[in-house]
Design a protein around this ligand. Sequence first.
Ligand SMILES: *Cc1c(COP(=O)(O)O)cnc(C)c1O
Length: 384
Amino acid sequence: MKKVYLDYAATTPVAPEVMEAMLPYFSTSFGNPSSVHRPGQRAEAAAEDARSIVASYLNAAPSEITFTSCGTESNNLALRGAGMAMKHSRKAAHILTTPVEHHAVSKTAEDLAKYYGFELDYLPVDLYGMVDPKDVSNKIRRDTALVSVIYANNEIGSINPIQEIGKICRQAGVLFHTDAMQAGSFLSLDVDELQVDMLTIGAHKMYGPKGVGALYVRKGTPILPIQTGGSQERTLRAGTLNVPYIVGMGKSIQIAQEKKEELTAHLLPLRDRIIKLLIDEIPGSQLTGHPIQRLPNHASFVFEGVDGNQLLMHLDNEGFACSSGSACKTGSPEPSDVLLAIGLPKNLALGSLRLSLGRHTQPDEIELFCSALPGVIEAIRKLR
Ligand SMILES: *Cc1c(COP(=O)(O)O)cnc(C)c1O
């Protein structure tokens, strides 16, 4: 049976060039980058090279890049670190976010509200899960500590108008963070163009290793560490640098930069083929997220009278690896917060399917999938 992987939004395979770039830093060049001796300096040089690559991809300065252990940590550092700094120094404790964030942002914001005296407020989203910049203007207050809006949605693929939101925050003098974990391979991450103060990025959705990420923090942004200890990362994130993974992240971003246009050109027609075919051929199906303002590798749906988890298991039996909503939620019977926030009723939200394509996706795999899905859906509906 042919195996078809359609879950690149959950994670991607590590590119062979990335793996190769990482390997020496486990063995021959294993030094601690904080050490004074040559092995240490070699490791430091490698980490700094990676930092320069990440910085250049973001049009930032290397000193504005902080390496972390993952996208989740980067989001925590942005919200907790900048939130605490704003609360401590300016008595600003109002956090403005959206109901369609990844849990790494939404649960962190909830935690800050529950235990650390922050006031949490939500920007409305439309039926595509997108924010209207005008609502940002209306909702910003004098005591707003920060605004956090997801760039490209992991569950429904919609792309938010980050640049316009950034402009409004800048004019109001309010810190603006975006979670760009899904955007990395496809969209502009130019932090000046986007007018963001903080931006989350990670390697494992971009053909790099799991367990490494970065947070861009614009020079002058008030931010406190959430992990204290040594003086690594300009004391913003203590702990010995994970040199092999950081090197891997650098390499994966270098490749992403080189292949950006090619990858989009490869995936757009495949994505559109899936969307057209499934909507045409499966009764009671609906695209979730914006039809055009969406990631070029992302197609997401809800199906009437179908249990999403059951659908995933049936598809897995047929050799298709897909997801419903975000990977972190798979297995739980609760409907996704994101799908409820865009106004779907609970029963429809429970019948969700996310297909995300990548570098290795081939047209014949898409045809195979599109010919299999209608039968699988019909079979599940008959079982009820
Ligand atoms: C994957 C993802 C995260 C979490 O990143 P990890 O590196 O897995 O912790 C956060 N936000 C979005 C939008 C994501 O897609």
